[in-house]
Design a protein around this ligand. Sequence first.
Ligand code: FMN
Length: 169
Amino acid sequence: MEAIFKRRSIRKYNKDIDVTKEQIEKVLRAGMAAPSAGDGREWEFVVFRSQEIKDEIMKVHDHSKALETAPVGIVVCADIKKQAYKEYDWWIQDCAAAIENMLIEATFLGLGSLWLGIHSRAERVEGIKGIFGLPESVMPVGIVVLGTPEKERRSIDRYMEDRVHFEKF
Ligand SMILES: Cc1cc2nc3c(=O)[nH]c(=O)nc-3n(C[C@H](O)[C@H](O)[C@H](O)COP(=O)(O)O)c2cc1C
């Protein structure tokens, strides 16, 4: 619960502190521990660090300024043809579950993180596909941004009792 409440969207990072390969691997491992429909595990992850790529992404994604300072980003994609059930769109939820695991692990590791939405904004999907030359069947769902926060943000508990509907016992 501590890491869950502590996770906040970080949009400004300390440019002088890098993210290590070990940290990236732990975040990816957390992503791949997520549940997926029919255990399809159709995820593909593209890790990027170069400023050229970040600049390209900022041109096609209108809410991604965090990439000006963040050292690392990971595009979380689904290879639709690797799905367990090809007739359904579970790949969206499968990627979302992986992304949330990654954000929580990043928080646990003391990193700041941010979820940049790609699917289902057509211009972002096409833009990201073009930048990375993704194959036809590979759909980018979101980007996990990682780095050291410039400023810590406070933990948050958003429990809303009125949104919970218990069956009468
Ligand atoms: C599907 C999804 C897409 C999002 N896309 C963006 C985005 O493109 N840019 C951004 O700065 N934040 C993005 N966010 C982060 C939300 O704005 C953020 O989670 C929300 O404001 C709550 O703040 P918190 O993460 O600090 O709790 C996205 C979050 C989700 C779940």
